[in-house]
Design a protein around this ligand. Sequence first.
Ligand code: TEU
Length: 566
Amino acid sequence: MTEAPWWTSAVVYQVYPRSFADSDGDGIGDLGGITARLDHLARLGVDVVWLSPVYASPQADNGYDISDYQAVDPVFGTLEDFDRLLAEVHARGMKLVMDLVVNHTSDEHPWFAESRSSRDNPKRDWYWWRPARDGFGPGEPGAEPTNWESFFSGPAWTLDEATGEYYLHLFDRKQPDLNWENPEVRQAVHAMMRWWLDRGVDGFRMDVINLISKDPALPDGAPTGRGALGDGFPHYGTGPRIHEFLQEMHREVFEGRGGGLLTVGEMPGVTWEQARLFTDPARRELDMVFQFEHVSLDHGPGGKFDPKPLGLRDLKASLGHWQTALADTGWNSLYWNNHDQPRVVSRFGDDGEHWRESATALATVLHLHRGTPYVYQGEELGMTNAPFASIEDMHDVESLNHYRQAVAAGAEPEAVLRGLRAMGRDNARTPVQWDASHAAGFTTGTPWMPVNPNHTWLNAQAQYDDPESVFHHYRQLIELRHTHPVVALGDFRMLLPDDPHVYAYQRTLEGTRLLVVANLSGQERIATVEGDWSPTDLVLSNVESVHTKDDHITLQPWAAHVFLRQ
Ligand code: TEU
């Protein structure tokens, strides 16, 4: 048997620089702020830091719109600040993974400026330019080259008046899609990636990487029910050349650099069959992918901003299926949160009466699956959704575009706001709550986004000295993964799949068995699991007393227990 890769026992921590820590008082987080707070991460015990984009950017999508891949945006600092951060991360024995956003650039990237400058510019073909639909003049309603809807509302095409053609943008109009069919585009991206690896970074989290290969015929999609718009996903999601592009990238960028790097592809809409291909080591594509199935289970008939309650059986069926599908070939990444998702304790837990128990129960359930867990900043403190009063409190381009479009289409503004409050990405983007002081210790100035008022009691400082805290629970989960090979490598078996309240599973590796039992509800429950587990087998719990009798385990509201027998 070949040795398991290092990342099977690793935990990754995501930093969203804008909201992590501010070192210069301008109210926006920066590289100096991250460097100053690295001991928080070392204390938590994580192995890898994934840094959301810090590249030069007009910040239309908070850095996911890049105007120079080889420069740091002044709002975050300088390349020297970056090198210092990297050195300090390495000095603590951690790795640093960059965000790679190459499905699109900013419309202010020099490549796009050249591309749009004339129809015969040598870089014209670096992006997707198309004339108006047959029979339509440029700018006429319905003249867009395809009916595709953008992820951020409205058509995925914008007319460039100067040259009379449309360019494709799957996201905001300030995020034109690169044309990966053009080999020069691919070579430019590879060279940029090598430049960062030569600088010492340890890998990449690849933004919407399964969207880079479009069907060049650009067919219309089936109607979405919103005006004349259609769903283009079948024509660009995991498109015809995606595996070829990723294998080429592996060859051109990663080959010969050793096994110390990490690659993870963000892949909306990816199926487990596809994920198994992307992460099969023999195919040399990616180490792991972020899939979206489990964070879509609470989307209602009207989509993500029309949420419905999560069915626990659905969650178990989904995550359990991914465990099985990638058991022998490939690898899972495990996450509840990132900068695009509402806070898990508010979404799937109880951020009121059972705040601490539900935050720690959800953490326990996630972390002991087979796969690499990702912790999003503030999740380790149990940070909650924010109390947004009105649309004026929101900043995210996705939310603002959705609000504008939905209200224009006749929706009740208060109903739209309800959806945004529950599901909006801004929930993840309020400043990290370091202490109870001014602006939660995030900045000495005025934070770019208000801190959550609950920072007076919910903050890192309050948790460091409390062994029962959410922070210490995460720390212990990470330690379990580091200490017990069964957590990293054990087989997974779901227990009680039909129980609507209890999440239970067993992991086994050679003679070692690990049992996770969690009550994901606010009432006491009894779980019946095979084997006579006793409190002496307990290695971690989020409540004080644990009662077992024969094969019955009594579970207080949101109790989570981990038993280990070697
Ligand atoms: O997100 C891609 C994505 O498909 C969604 O998660 C997206 O955030 C949206 O909520 C869909 O409803 C990635 C980045 O993580 C995100 O921050 C960027 O805005 C997006 O790509 C474009 O770069």
